[in-house]
Design a protein around this ligand. Structure first.
Ligand code: HXC
Length: 262
């Protein structure tokens, strides 16, 4: 590939299969804006490339992605979040890609990382995977579709428990509850399995594959859009609270947050 990226690696390991690896190891693939922009660019390139039929997205063995970049978000205000429609570009990731996206999840998939993983059409993980929406611990809420997609995937009570407590979801739970299609024994098997499935899909008619994805997605979309938009507004609103500043500053300074409920 001629395109050079800083935070992701792209390759074509199988015929018809685009492969993207998030590559910001020092920050456990925290999803800073430049990384999201590169991911958008890579996916747009794959969308336009008629030789690509399916895409696999993965992280490292240690982390799929540990969330949105807290250090980047911590000083955000309501007006900048709302004004720039912070995170809206994330939603593009799923809506413009008409080709199947398989997410291969190893290690941490937390917050925005879990949300990104759930943007996959098919989710595969290994036993090393740890899912969760820990935003509550930072004084905020999920902002990239987590409250909607997790609830659709695992049901209201389980999603409520995860989102209200910030507790992690294990790979076993993810498998048992249908959050993922398959749980592999090792990270390598997970990535290989995702590539094999993508290669299989790439063997079918691109038109049929496109239509199949579109019809399945119809079942998911109804009602979700409004929910995600509503969620995003409230997410923006969190940046007007004191506890958002406290929570994110505490994380950055490695201190315990002292909540004010303001
Ligand atoms: C910025 C992050 C980060 C994040 C980890 N790092 N997660 N930086 N944003 N989300 C950085 C750490 O600060 C640290 O940098 C380095 O990555 C390694 O992480 P450690 O914490 O030292 O690793 P470890 O002790 O193994 O703990 C791993 C961890 C922990 C449990 C995943 O890093 C963690 O709790 N991360 C935050 C998870 C989280 O809250 N995610 C949700 C974010 S909010 P240094 O410089 O110290 O080496 C969110 C909102 C989404 O995603 C809303 C819409 C997108």
């Amino acid at each position: 590939e001629s395109m050079q990226y800083e935070h992701i690696l792209v390759s074509t390991p199988k015929p018809g299969v685009g492969f993207i690896q998030l590559n910001r190891p020092k920050a456990l693939n925290a999803l800073c804006t430049p990384l999201i922009l590169e991911l958008n660019a890579a996916l747009r390139t794959y969308q336009a490339d008629t030789s690509i039929s399916a895409v696999v997205l993965t992280g490292s063995e240690r982390a799929f992605a540990a969330g949105a970049d807290i250090k980047e978000m911590k000083d955000l205000t309501f007006s900048t979040a709302y004004g720039a429609d912070f995170i809206e570009s994330w939603s593009d990731l799923v809506t413009f890609l008409k080709k199947p996206l398989i997410t291969a999840i190893n290690g941490y998939a937390l917050g925005g990382g879990c949300e990104l993983a759930m943007m996959g059409d098919i989710l595969y993980c290994s036993t090393s995977a740890v899912f969760g929406q820990p935003e509550i611990k930072l004084g905020v809420i999920p902002g990239a579709g987590g409250s909607q997609r997790l609830t659709k995937a695992i049901g209201k009570s389980r999603a409520m428990e995860a989102i209200l407590t910030g507790n992690n979801i294990s790979s076993k739970q993810a498998g048992d509850w249908g959050l993922v299609a398959k749980v592999f024994d090792t990270p390598q098997e997970c990535v290989d399995g995702a590539l094999a499935t993508a290669e299989k899909i790439a063997g079918y008619s691109q038109i049929a594959v496109k239509a199949a994805k579109e019809v399945v997605n119809k079942s998911q979309d109804l009602g979700i859009r409004e929910g995600v938009e509503f969620e995003r507004r409230l997410f923006h609103g969190m940046f007007g609270s004191k506890d958002q500043k406290i929570g994110m500053t505490a994380f950055a300074e490695k201190k315990k947050a002292e909540w004010t409920n303001e």
